[in-house]
Ligand binder design. Sequence first.
Ligand code: COA
Length: 323
Amino acid sequence: MADTVLLGTGSALPHQRVTNADLARRLDTSDEWIVERTGIRARHIAPPGMVTSDLAVEAASRALEAAGLAPSAIDLIVVATATPDQTFPATATKVQARLGITHGAAFDVHAVCSGFIYALTVADALLKTGAHKRALVIGAELFSRILDWDDRTTAVLFGDGAGAAILESRERPDGEGGSGILAATIRSDGRHGPLLQVDGGPGSTGTVGKLRMAGREVFRHAVTNLAQVMEETVARAGLSFADIDWVVPHQANFRIIEATARKLGLAMDRIIVTVDEHANTSAASVPLALDTAIRDGRIRKGDLCLLEAMGGGFTWGAILLRI
Ligand code: COA
């Protein structure tokens, strides 16, 4: 039996930090409103000329360094993004080329804010079949490029960033308990697509489009779907919430994180929160939060972490990971 174990993580943020007060200078909003409704205080925004693969490569390089590996050790790259550099080729193949890797396979996964959970699930399956040995899984987004900067109901919620994880397939010695990814669950329900979408695309308008969201509706679905998929994932591993050291949630809104925790009876001091500084970075949000908490020493080797996310589609999912 093979386990998919985590070897290292990395992340990257654009230099420019934009506060709520900065946004309030050009939009009819305020720091008080944004903090009270979302918990967001700041976000990082990419400069003109930066592309998604720039942040992806930076995060990947840090993850490789943390894992003590050269890029040549990687034979699978999966990038989760809804804001690729180009419609094609895949951002993953651009990352592959920039890391100097010419073997294995690289492709993108598109599940918006749940993208990293989907990408990890796909990589885990490919590693467990034995088809690949070591995977670089990245969530990278430049949501600033698909925001309508005149729409205060969405412009204040998102930011740019990237996070990466290196995973390896390892034979499990007889009689030992599992390590690494213990359970992964992905779900979707396409009926809710219009509630959170981009109003354009290459096959419809021929434009990139801008993000549109029915925030209140999305909020309601998010809490229900996340609580369900978290319960299902923990149960499938034969564990209970009492066994979990840390929850690493999608960082969309502090109130969603809090409401989900309350529904499941989880203490807030076991939940990693970075939404205040990163805002919602879509597919980058979970790996950014994971890397932040590993680097600041909160999440340690051996800890049991529950990763979760929900996004446009709707898509949602959870992963139980022994660090
Ligand atoms: N600044 C000031 N006022 C704002 C505002 C802003 N940035 N955005 C909206 N408002 C106003 C609205 O226009 C509305 O005014 P009105 O009552 O005069 O019409 C009022 O605030 C309340 O708006 P509403 O949308 O009902 O607020 P809310 O409490 O639902 O909070 C969200 C809005 C977007 C913060 C909240 O719905 C949310 O977080 N939803 C989930 C979004 C999300 O995270 N999605 C991603 C999941 S992947």
